[in-house]
Design a protein around this ligand. Structure first.
Ligand code: BGC
Length: 785
């Protein structure tokens, strides 16, 4: 009997991320009960019905080029569509589901997928911002709320998390990622999957997650979206594959291929990735979907005509064709002629059906229509708490010899709020939200007006884009239906003069600057410069010239070049794209209601020419200044690895983030300074524990992210100068000390040797613990024969 799916909506702020039982999740997909149902259905299916299961169409709006324009009702009735994306809302999904369940011969439900990237109806900060919380429980909570809201809208499957290691700030999609580090990104990947899927896909408020984009999409050459990727298998395994693997271990039900080629093979047609690594090595037993149109785009990669590329993708292990429109047309003949064995399509169909059964779609295919969404106070509270945690205080200097500028004093008489991001709901919401509604966003201007009333002076100062930028972007077409930012904003000396005037009248000026998120962040939004867009830099310099104390709030979800600001502005808050609670969250931190605790999940460059920039660099034979490319270089040094016109180091390094209090770290200790190699085995058990005491030596309560880094000082294959291998978020009252421990075992100490085997060798590890990747408190661990 077909029942309505009733949602038990229970949003709780998850306090701790429980250990994830990935094997249980995978076992669910492989359960004998499900297998029996899959096999019995498969036996009844015609070849056309099998192929239908591998076909996905977008039947709402387009999130990629050349949307198909087909008669979906008919196709669903014929069993020619297995999945749809961009169909949102229970009325819409039920419409197609009724056709599938009642008119198609075998009554196989459609699985509805959607890009739920940083919340569904409730828009949270973008994923890169969430990564800067270093709080896996926060990521899990965001995923949980998103899953509940998505499922209430008829969505069974979300195209998230995106875990592409992102080390190049030119690449717009960096905002969707967890940043540059495999250890941090893996921890977050597990949390996102757990939040979406819980430990049971069949729960009425679980959705299937989709880890993407497999693989190494973040390493596109020159940071240009969709470009090729070329990297050694060693780096691939050591760095880039780790977060995808973590998601698979956490039981992720589906994987999405990427647009790029990897070492000459487009990933969508790469059996090494989809079959060898994903299925054989990692034991993944969900299904793989192509990225939008990626099967069709294999023709542009020039590896064959339509039938050839359809065959290559399917045989490689890409089970579902998203909007590529090739599986639908180019497989049947080849299977009938024996060119593609029928067992290949059977296997793809099995994998897809397994997920549909595990989600309970056959038993509960429909969704109860729920009332129109308005953000509840509970959800707003969660969004605000998460946004609070994402804020990274980059700089907070004293102003004219007195206390640090932030938090702002309650006795300020007049505050100027200046800048194009201050009241821009759409851009504060952040890029890449399908269902987020800017009307729900509380802007900085709204929040600060509420707090300060007449004490607040506001001046926009300039637009986010110059007229030239605007004109250029209006020429850009995305799907053929959209044609660029609707309202070009004119900058002018007059607008800047008004802002300067407001700053002059105020005790302090808050500058809210950023990037036009929907045009310069996210997919197809690569840049060759990383400065503020439009006249914002000019505005900043003009306001700084007033000599008034300035707080710069950076509302951009990628690292911008902040070199000028870092020199001339006393306080800088990196606020990313905070979502619906943007204004209140920025207000919380500026006025000290919340002590900032965010830490950068990637390195901020001094200049765009440093990109790709990341802390875990390998050593070289001519390190600058005799140091490991980490310290400012000595201007006398010529024949060393350095830039002639810039420091090597980041402006703000990975792991960086200040607080309104200060923390001190004791000398770390290790319970065994030497360990025989045979004790370091692949049993996931720690072999040593590093401990440190962290003390709050300031006068305010605060949260610190204690970070542990290692360096393998002598290995058969050169190893990075530092690698994150542990972190812990701790909250300390003034004067309080907490003892923090970091377990280390094979999982943390191993590396891939030249034979691409994970190994630990006799060596000494340098170990540092501290509040950023510049940590200096050190100990060592020796691995002996
Ligand atoms: C993006 C994916 C997304 C898909 C579906 C593609 O253009 O690369 O991340 O999930 O579209 O909208």
């Amino acid at each position: 009997m077909i029942k309505l799916r009733i949602l038990a909506v229970s949003v709780v702020l998850l306090l701790a991320s429980a250990a994830i039982d990935g094997s249980a999740q995978n076992a669910q997909l492989a359960s004998p009960g499900i297998d029996a149902r899959v096999e019995s259905l498969l036996k009844q299916m015609t070849l056309e019905e099998k192929i239908g299961q591998t076909v996905q169409y977008s039947a709402g709006f387009a999130t990629g080029p050349s949307a198909s324009n087909l008669t979906y009702d008919e196709l669903v009735a014929k069993g020619s569509i297995g999945s749809m994306l961009n169909v949102v809302g229970a009325e819409r999904t039920n419409h197609f589901q009724h056709i599938a369940m009642e008119k198609s011969r075998l009554h196989i439900p459609i699985i509805f997928g959607l890009d739920v990237i940083h919340g569904h109806r409730t828009t949270f900060p973008v994923p890169l911002a969430i990564a800067s919380t270093w709080d896996t429980a926060a990521a899990e909570t965001v995923a949980r709320v998103s899953a509940e809201e998505a499922r209430a809208d008829g969505i069974d499957w979300v195209f998230s998390p995106m875990v592409d290691i992102s080390r190049d700030a030119r690449w717009g999609r960096i905002i969707e990622s967890n940043g540059e580090d495999p250890f941090l990104s893996s921890a977050l990947a597990r949390a996102w999957v757990k939040g979406y899927q819980q430990s049971d896909l069949s729960k009425p408020d679980s959705v299937a997650a989709c880890v993407k984009h497999f693989a190494a999409y973040g390493a596109v050459i020159a940071g240009r979206d969709y470009n090729a990727v070329d990297m050694s298998e060693l780096t691939l395994r050591q760095v880039y594959l780790k977060p995808y693997h973590a998601a698979v271990e956490a039981g992720v039900a589906t994987v999405m291929t990427s647009f790029n080629s990897l070492n000459g093979v487009p990933t969508t047609a790469d059996p090494f990735l989809q079959t060898q690594i994903l299925r054989k090595e990692w034991g993944f037993n969900g299904f793989v979907v192509s990225d939008w149109g990626a099967v069709g785009e294999l023709k542009n990669h020039a590896i064959g005509d339509g039938p050839t590329v359809a065959r290559k993708a399917l045989e490689a292990g890409t089970d579902m064709d998203m909007e590529g429109n090739l599986y639908a047309t180019d497989l049947a003949g080849q299977i009938r002629s024996g060119k593609i064995p029928e067992s290949v399509i059977d296997e793809a169909v099995r994998r897809i059906l397994r997920v549909k059964f595990a989600l309970g779609l056959f038993d509960h295919p429909f969704t109860a229509v729920s009332p129109a969404y308005t953000p509840t106070p509970e959800r707003r509270a969660i969004a605000r708490k998460v946004a609070d945690e994402t804020m990274v205080l980059l700089k907070n200097d004293p102003v004219s010899g007195s206390a640090a500028l932030l938090p702002l004093s309650p006795s300020l008489k007049t505050v100027a709020l200046i800048g194009p991001m201050a009241d821009d709901a759409l851009n504060l919401q952040g890029a890449w939200t399908v269902t987020g509604d800017p009307k729900n966003v509380i802007t900085l201007k709204a929040a600060l007006s509420k707090r300060l009333g007449d004490k607040l002076l506001y001046a926009r100062g300039c637009g986010l884009l110059s007229p030239e930028d605007s004109a250029a972007l209006r020429g850009v077409t995305f799907t053929g239906t959209t044609s660029g930012p609707s309202a070009p904003v004119l900058d002018g000396q007059q607008a800047i003069a008004q802002a300067v005037e407001a700053a002059r009248k105020a005790d302090v000026a808050i500058l809210a600057l950023g990037e036009p998120t929907n045009w310069m962040e996210g997919e197809a939004a690569s840049r060759t410069t990383l400065g503020f867009t439009g006249a914002q830099q000019q505005l900043l310099e003009a306001v700084v010239a007033t000599g008034k104390p300035i707080v710069l709030v950076v509302l951009a979800a990628r690292p911008l070049e902040l070199k000028w600001a870092a020199k001339h502005v006393p306080a800088i808050l990196q606020a990313w794209s905070p979502g619906i609670e943007a204004g209140p969250a920025v207000e919380d931190v500026l006025f000290g209601d919340v002590n900032p605790s965010g830490k950068l999940p990637l390195s901020f460059p001094r200049a765009v020419g440093q990109e790709p920039l990341y802390y875990a660099q390998n050593p070289n034979g001519r390190p600058a200044n005799g140091d490991l490319s980490r310290m400012p270089h000595n201007a006398q040094e010529k024949m060393v690895s350095r830039y002639m016109d810039e420091e090597n180091s980041a402006l703000f390094p990975f792991g960086w983030g200040l607080s309104y209090t200060r923390f001190s770290y004791s000398q770390p200790t290790i319970d065994h300074a030497e360990i025989p190699m045979h004790e370091v085995t692949q049993n996931h058990q720690p072999v040593v524990t590093v401990s440190v005491d962290v003390k709050n030596i300031g006068s305010l309560a605060g949260t610190e992210v204690a970070q542990l880094y290692i360096r393998n000082t002598s290995a058969s294959v050169e190893q990075p100068l530092r690698e994150l291998k542990g972190f812990s978020r701790i909250t300390l009252a003034p004067g309080e000390t907490k003892h923090v421990t970091f377990p280390l075992g094979f999982d943390e100490l191993n590396f891939y040797n030249a034979g691409l085997k994970k190994t630990v060798e006799p060596t000494t590890y340098d170990i540092w613990v501290g509040g950023s990747s510049l940590a200096t408190a050190a100990t060592t661990l020796k691995i002996i024969e």
